[in-house]
Design a protein around this ligand. Structure first.
Ligand SMILES: [Zn+2]
Length: 358
């Protein structure tokens, strides 16, 4: 691109916790595009949460136009960053395709808006697209009784259950601009040729059911979404819709699967800084979960509610806004132990399940 404003990244990279960050802690300013690899532009989008940004990727498809990967949320502050960026891109050629790695609002929230503004086609894996469509259409004044019971069994205090009833059901719809009504299905192993690069779809699971990563094997780049993050760990949660799922099992299987990818890829994560050291990071992520599972199992020598395990799993007080996510994450770890035959639960009507080690 000819007219991008660039701040210059540091000349030398930096190694932290055995991962190599080619540009250290540098990142482009909001609205600036930085060509991190030939034809791959990095747009860092600020977000008004404790997770204060998301990394979006813009791929140069040559004569075919631009492909956007992920979107950010439908906040006016995000649209304000997008507008001049789109103008700059479209001054050169059209934006023809948008890919969302998974259904979470920071990745999908503006898909409908961006497609409407640009005429781009929209691509996603099937489970993620259908999940989003399902969540969008499932809005109710009252939460399903089964979901309330799910949280009661996890150990929610009475006032949190009442709060849940007051809030109603369908928060997802408020975090998403109406979705594109049609999509192009991405499948494991599909190849998207975009300009000089061939991007292979590699699917991971556990954070969401069918999360797409984009792998350019020849060019040694992986657009990793939330499947491999350098510093924070992705949320792995059990949800009321499928209480007997084993998302942590899926996540650990995905780590194993990703180990088959080359170690010398430049990893472009959705949050944090681009890095090299895929295998090391996969080891760290697996170690972190297995360490927590070990601590948790010891903690279950006495019977505990899921919400009692926060101190073991997170080692810090859990605030009100994180309570739901922390519960989902605690249950995911407990369910893994149960599925492996290492823990069991005592179920009693009208009160919380008690988990203990076997
Ligand atoms: Zn996510």
């Amino acid at each position: 691109m000819t007219d991008v404003s660039l701040t210059t990244p540091p000349e030398t990279g930096e190694t932290r916790r055995k991962l190599f960050y080619p540009h250290g802690r540098w990142h482009p300013e909001p609205g600036d595009l930085f060509e991190i690899a030939a034809g791959v532009f990095w747009l860092r989008m600020p977000m008004p949460f404790s997770l204060d940004h998301i990394n979006l990727w813009i791929l140069d498809g040559g004569a075919e136009g631009w492909t956007l990967v992920d979107t950010s949320i439908p906040a006016s502050s995000c649209k304000d960053v997008w507008r001049p960026v789109l103008k700059r891109l479209q001054a050169e050629k059209p934006v023809t395709r948008l890919v969302s790695t998974h259904y979470h609002p920071d990745h999908l929230g503006l898909a409908g808006w961006l497609c409407k503004k640009t005429g781009a086609s929209f691509a996603m894996t099937q489970t993620e697209y259908l999940m989003a469509r399902m969540l969008l259409s499932d809005q109710r004044d009252e939460p399903p009784e089964q979901a309330v019971r799910f949280n009661e069994k996890a150990g929610y205090p009475l006032e949190k259950l009442e709060e849940m009833r007051r809030e109603g059901w369908g928060r997802f719809a408020r975090a998403i601009y109406p979705l594109p009504d049609e999509y192009l299905r991405l499948k494991e192993g599909d190849v998207l040729t975009i300009g000089a690069r061939d991007w292979e779809i590699v699917v991971g699971s556990g954070h969401t059911p069918e999360h797409a990563c984009l792998l350019d094997r020849k060019g040694k780049v992986l657009i990793a979404g939330d499947q491999v993050l350098p510093r924070i760990t992705s949320n792995i949660s059990l949800h009321p819709t499928e209480p007997m799922a084993n998302p942590l099992g899926d996540w650990l299987d995905s780590i194993e699967k990703l180990r088959a990818l080359p170690d010398d890829l430049l990893i472009l994560p959705a949050h944090g800084f681009p890095f090299k050291g895929l295998h090391e990071r996969l080891d760290q992520l697996e170690h972190d979960h297995r360490h927590k599972l070990g601590l948790l199992r010891r903690f279950l020598s006495d019977p505990r509610k899921a919400t009692d395990t926060f101190e073991i799993l997170f080692g810090r007080p859990i605030g009100d806004s994180e309570f739901g996510m922390a519960t989902g994450e605690a249950l995911a770890h407990l369910r893994w132990l149960e599925a492996e035959g290492l823990a069991m639960r005592q179920v009693e009507d009208g009160t919380a399940d008690l988990w203990r080690a076997v």
